[in-house]
Design a protein around this ligand. Structure first.
Ligand code: DSN
Length: 419
């Protein structure tokens, strides 16, 4: 397959899609991705996503499929499952979830009954929609009780959590977050769950790559029943999800993913996941994971040096949340728009007990997985912190034009992997 020839064909067959693709490549190349849940996938992953595995229906599991013609799909799925178990020290892995939300839904629906109680982190304190936000279908099917963080450091109050668990007797306790800059005491979660007879699930979608790289704690090492992670964030793989669990839950989890929730898995995605898991087991990936943390601390320090107020005061992982109302007197939507103008891509974010609505929240979330994948280090983090603070403090056209030039000069020195 000659990729250049296919690209030329696209240019003649569908100019509109070709020009959107070219513009997106330019946006990714010239700008900088700072959304902590986004990344540049391993370059080797892209051809597998565009491979002929996308042509194949593979309902079922290796050796037990509903359609014929599966020798090669069985090979890749068996490899992906074995690699996932080895990398995360899991007894069982399901590699078919299409993405993060169906992955979490499959766990709830496989291990619980409708109406059961789940104890999970409040959305505004860093939880995720699938952790029981009222707007999510999961919030209608299960009875969620939400715990919160406390104090300026954003600690989880484990004593209060234990009290809630004793009062509400949840069937499942969920930890893991999409906007929480602190490390979690998984051992304490497990002790609380044991006390009330609850199952434990850690949704480590954001930090899955950092756990794989050995720089953050692995909940499975602390006895968790289930761990879920997306594959496209810090793990640098294709969009998708992984469920890792104890062998005793394997049958229920597999039946819940298929046929319970999904039909045919996306085998091009499974192939790309298998490759990702191999690449994530290398020393080079361990170094990447370490650098993500070093860079996050450097970026947080640079922002604080420029008088930016960070929710929880800093970071212990790959992300941080700026309180932009307190720091600059503008809301998160305005801050995101200003930074879009200098091609620094971030996302507006609600902060704990935010008085403002989700479309105009008080915070802005950013992280270091993507700049680190481009090879940037602490010196570049100091520059990025200055650029952010300067843009948000004086967002006039002339100043922004100068800062945008600085962003382009910076990104020109660090090519996007695979572009
Ligand atoms: N969209 C992901 C994030 O940005 O954290 C979670 O689903």
């Amino acid at each position: 397959m000659d990729l250049n020839q296919l690209r030329d064909d696209l240019a003649t067959k569908d100019r509109e899609i070709f020009s959107a693709l070219s513009a997106e490549e330019d946006r990714q190349r010239g700008g900088l991705e700072l959304i902590p849940s986004e990344n540049y996938c391993f370059p080797e992953v892209l051809p597998l996503l565009g491979s002929v595995f996308t042509n194949k229906y593979s309902e079922g599991y290796p050796g037990r499929r509903y359609y014929g013609g599966q020798p090669n799909t069985d090979t890749i799925e068996t490899l992906a499952r074995a690699r996932a178990c080895a990398l995360f020290r899991a007894e069982h892995a399901n590699v078919q979830p299409l993405s993060g939300s169906p992955m979490n839904q499959a766990v709830y629906l496989g291990l619980l009954d409708p109406g059961d109680t789940i104890l999970a982190m409040d959305l505004s304190h860093g939880g995720h929609l699938t952790h029981g936000a009222p707007v999510s279908h999961m919030g209608r099917i299960f009875s969620f009780v939400r715990y919160k963080t406390v104090g300026d450091q954003g600690d989880i109050d484990y004593d209060a959590l234990e009290k809630m668990a004793l009062e509400t007797r949840p069937k499942l306790i969920v930890c893991g977050h999409s906007s929480y800059p602190r490390e979690v005491d998984y051992a304490r979660f497990q002790v609380i769950a044991n006390r009330v007879g609850a199952l434990t699930m850690a949704d480590v979608s954001h930090v899955g790559g950092l756990i794989a790289g050995g720089v953050l704690e692995n909940p499975l090492d602390h006895g968790f029943d289930v761990m879920t992670t997306t594959t496209h964030k810090s793990l640098r793989g294709p969009r998708g999800g992984l469920i890792l669990c104890k062998a005793s839950h394997a049958k229920a989890i597999d039946a819940s993913v298929f046929p319970g929730l999904q039909g045919g898995p996306h085998m091009n995605q499974v192939a790309a996941t298998a490759l990702t898991l191999k690449l994530a087991a290398t020393d080079a990936f361990k170094a990447y994971a370490r650098n993500v943390l070093v860079n996050a601390r450097a970026l947080a320090q640079s922002l604080r040096d420029h008088q930016v107020h960070l929710v929880t005061g800093g970071t212990e992982n790959h992300l941080m949340v700026m309180d932009v109302v307190r720091s600059f007197g503008i809301n998160g939507a305005q801050a995101q728009d200003v930074l879009d103008r200098i091609e620094l891509t971030t996302n507006k974010q609600i902060i704990p007990d935010d008085p403002n609505p989700p479309m105009r929240p008080s915070g802005l979330r950013l992280g270091t997985p993507a700049p680190t994948a481009r090879g940037m280090g602490e010196a570049e983090m100091a520059i990025i912190g200055r650029l952010i603070a300067s843009a948000l403090r004086a967002p006039d056209d002339n100043a922004l034009a100068g800062l945008a030039e600085e962003v382009r000069a910076l990104t020109a020195r660090f090519p996007v992997p695979g572009l």
